[in-house]
Design a protein around this ligand. Structure first.
Ligand SMILES: NC(=O)c1ccc[n+]([C@@H]2O[C@H](COP(=O)([O-])OP(=O)(O)OC[C@H]3O[C@@H](n4cnc5c(N)ncnc54)[C@H](OP(=O)(O)O)[C@@H]3O)[C@@H](O)[C@H]2O)c1
Length: 249
């Protein structure tokens, strides 16, 4: 086990090879954390993020794992425990279901089952005071209360189910001194997902832009990074963008 600077937190960010996860990794590393950049397929992209962080004076490593696969997820946590001895922050950022050829049940597997499994696996290695941050979208967080574009419906439903399942774990987390924080955002400008949605359903994205400017990746990732430290009761939610979601219909 490599010795680390005193007080340096060990942070795992799932799906950090691009987009919001990658930006969150940059921000947290710049604040002194050791960030573990998890990726599923894009090893080169993940390594580039970690190299860039290290070149800027930060501390980062990469860990390939498909969190939707139970053995792969177990291997990910085992490798972290072996190398670092503990995990101080778990950022549940990786998400899925919009991929071409995704099986019908995949959204629920990755957005609900994989999230709770990772928490189950990580929790025994998270010291008291550790934090879990769940990253979600307003369309998912407000699922059932606000309309959702048809092609995003299964993802929204599964991410909401994931959030509910994580919230149901709060008593178990509390017993170990670990808190859960959710960060929910409107469509985030510049992400691949929004580019994809814009191609498939330009009206849906245009409607969001008409409501208010879409938050940027930097704004949203900053909120995710803040959520790893901000004092808040377990179960707290931070909202970024989409003021219309936050006012009653
Ligand atoms: N984009 C938005 O407008 C928006 C708005 C609000 C909230 N959010 C939330 O923000 C989070 C990140 O969104 P994003 O748009 O930045 O995502 P993204 O660009 O689609 O990036 C997905 C990341 O997740 C990884 N990943 C996918 N499936 C995985 C799996 N099974 N195991 C491990 N890693 C996996 C990918 O790794 P590989 O590339 O290596 O496969 C990639 O690093 C999501 O939770 C999303 O719901 C997004």
């Amino acid at each position: 086990m490599v010795s680390r600077p005193a007080g340096q937190r060990i942070v795992l960010i799932t799906g950090a090879s691009r987009g919001i996860g990658a930006e969150t990794a940059r921000i947290l590393a710049a604040r002194g954390d050791h960030v573990i950049v998890n990726y599923r397929e894009k090893m080169r992209r993940a390594k580039l993020i970690a190299d860039e962080i290290v070149a800027a004076g930060g501390s980062a490593s990469v860990a390939g794992a498909d969190i939707a696969d139970a053995d792969s997820a177990r291997g990910l946590i085992e490798s972290i425990v072996q190398e670092f001895g503990r995990l101080d922050v778990l950022v549940l950022n990786a998400s899925g279901g919009l991929e071409r050829n995704a099986a019908p049940g995949y959204a629920m597997e990755i957005n609900r089952d994989a999230q709770t499994r990772l928490v189950d696996l990580a929790l025994p290695h998270m010291p008291s005071g550790s934090r879990i941050v769940f990253v979600t979208s307003h369309q998912a967080h407000f699922h059932g209360r606000k309309p959702v574009p048809a092609d995003y419906e299964p993802i929204a439903a599964s991410k909401r189910a994931g959030e509910d399942a994580l919230r149901a774990m709060i008593p178990t987390l509390t017993a170990r001194g670990v808190t859960l924080h959710t960060v929910s955002g409107d469509m985030i400008d510049g992400t691949i997902i929004v580019q994809l949605l814009e191609r498939r359903n330009p009206d849906a994205v245009a409607a969001r832009r008409d409501t208010s400017p879409l938050p940027t990746i930097a704004e949203f990732a900053t909120a995710v990074a803040e959520a790893t430290t901000v004092p808040a009761e377990s179960g707290h939610t931070t909202y970024i963008g989409g003021p219309d979601y936050l006012t009653p219909a």
